[in-house]
Design a protein around this ligand. Structure first.
Ligand code: HEM
Length: 403
């Protein structure tokens, strides 16, 4: 079917009434390909949203906050976090909340200050993974999950929080953000998580005012921002900074299991680990879709969008745009370098992107391959992927050659 014989929505966008949410969660890439064939912007009734699939369109959407506001996520985020955080605001409000932490998250600071802690945390995780052993280890459960929690606890400065608390809080906040059916048990878990984090911050914020350090909580505590903004942004970071680094560890090991030549290339040229990390984010982006709302009548990619319409850059699809990435479905760390959109772009580009690239791509995963010869996904045990809004390896059995 060509674009011209599709049913068109009011604004002239092709309508994709065939989209199946179950299929999207199982494997979204075939759906993305079919949607892209319909046009760069498609109306998807089951989501009640316009989706933008092209690389250039996603960049343009994220660059124009005046036409496409980020406040789409403010309501869900307020419900989950107890107040609106910067991800659901436009500049200048967003910039005022982002600026205090930018210095701490720059690559120079990450390398000098956070990298030694990331190294220590990866070493601790490696010991735990080795103790479980090559017959029973799960990479997410025994390494990547606790590692991401420890790295985040250090960066945010949540002294006293245990990895299990961080995992529970992060899960409670993200589940409540997606809790469109208002399921009471999910709401109750988010309330508990909010109360526990708020109580911890009641102790830590006065402490950081007296004893400032490089942590994000300290930067926000000394920023002059109102209490509610500080607390909401700490909770946003707990919600957003844990699952994606975890998924990147297992995605990289999955990709290198299936591409042993590329694994060998990395052993020969360890300076290329950052390329492997970026290629893995492009290949399977841990966050696929971002919400934006139209603020003024506009024609975008040939589609007339009404005020109030939700139009989403699908960065997971943009990262497979064949006009930009040849053979997009293949993992190939040697492909010509083009910036992927896996961390978003524009003013909301991920605050933790250098921390993730260095902590996971340059420290943790190379350490795993140095210390566990023959590391690979264990195909004798069931392994699985899940999700499309948030996508990653769900069950990650791994094995390696015993010494
Ligand atoms: C591989 C790991 C990660 C991925 C793929 C990722 C992805 C993203 C994406 C796509 C956005 C933009 C959302 C939008 O534009 O609407 C974002 C924002 C954000 N991320 Fe990450 N993230 C990762 C790791 C982290 C880490 C480790 C932290 C914390 C240290 C973090 C903190 C944040 C924050 C605070 C924002 C909001 C930025 C703003 O509104 O200005 N992320 N992330």
């Amino acid at each position: 079917m060509t674009t011209t014989d599709q049913p068109l929505s009011a604004g002239g966008a092709p309508t994709a009434d065939w989209v199946d949410l179950g299929e999207l969660a199982r494997d979204p890439y075939d759906t993305y390909r079919r949607l892209r064939e319909m046009g760069p912007v498609v109306w998807v009734p089951v989501l009640n949203r316009y989706l933008c699939l092209s690389y250039s369109g996603c960049r343009a959407l994220e660059a124009d906050q005046e036409t496409f506001t980020a406040t789409a996520s403010a309501l869900a985020s307020t419900r989950a976090l107890g107040g609106p955080a910067m991800l659901g605001k436009d500049d200048p409000e967003h910039a005022a909340e982002r600026a205090p932490i930018n210095r701490s998250m720059r690559p120079k600071n990450v390398r000098e200050f956070w990298a030694p802690l990331f190294e220590r945390n990866a070493r601790m995780g490696l010991d735990e993974l080795s103790a479980v052993g090559p017959e029973a280890a799960d990479l997410n459960r025994d390494f990547a999950g606790p590692l991401s929690a420890r790295n985040l606890t250090d960066m945010v400065g949540l002294k006293g929080a245990r990895p299990a608390d961080m995992v529970r809080w992060s899960h409670a906040f993200t589940s409540e953000q997606a809790n469109m059916q208002e399921i009471p048990a999910i709401r109750a878990d988010a309330e508990t998580a909010r109360r526990e984090v708020d109580e911890l911050l009641d102790e830590l914020i006065p402490y950081y005012r007296q004893h400032p350090d490089s942590s994000l909580a300290s930067a926000w505590a000394n920023s002059g921002l109102p209490r509610d903004d500080v607390y909401a942004n700490v909770k946003l970071t707990i919600a957003g900074g844990l699952n994606e680094p975890k998924h990147m560890v297992s995605t990289m090991v999955w990709a290198l299991t299936d591409h042993p030549h590329q694994r060998d290339l990395l052993s020969a040229e360890p300076g290329r680990w950052a390329e492997a990390f970026d290629e893995a984010i492009r290949w399977v982006s841990p966050i696929a879709i971002l919400p934006r709302i139209v603020t003024r009548p506009t024609t975008f990619e040939g589609v007339d969008l009404p005020v109030g319409a939700v139009v989403c850059p699908v960065i997971g699809a943009a990262n497979h745009d064949p006009d930009v990435f040849e053979r997009p479905e293949e993992f190939d760390l040697t492909r010509p370098r083009v910036s992927h959109l896996g961390f978003g772009s524009g003013v909301h580009q991920c605050a933790g992107h250098w921390a993730a690239r260095i902590g996971i791509g340059e420290i943790a995963v190379p350490m795993l391959y140095r210390e566990l010869p023959g590391l690979r996904i264990d195909r004798r045990r069931p392994a699985s992927w899940s999700g499309w809004v948030f996508r990653g390896v769900e069950t990650a059995p791994v094995t390696w050659d015993a010494a």
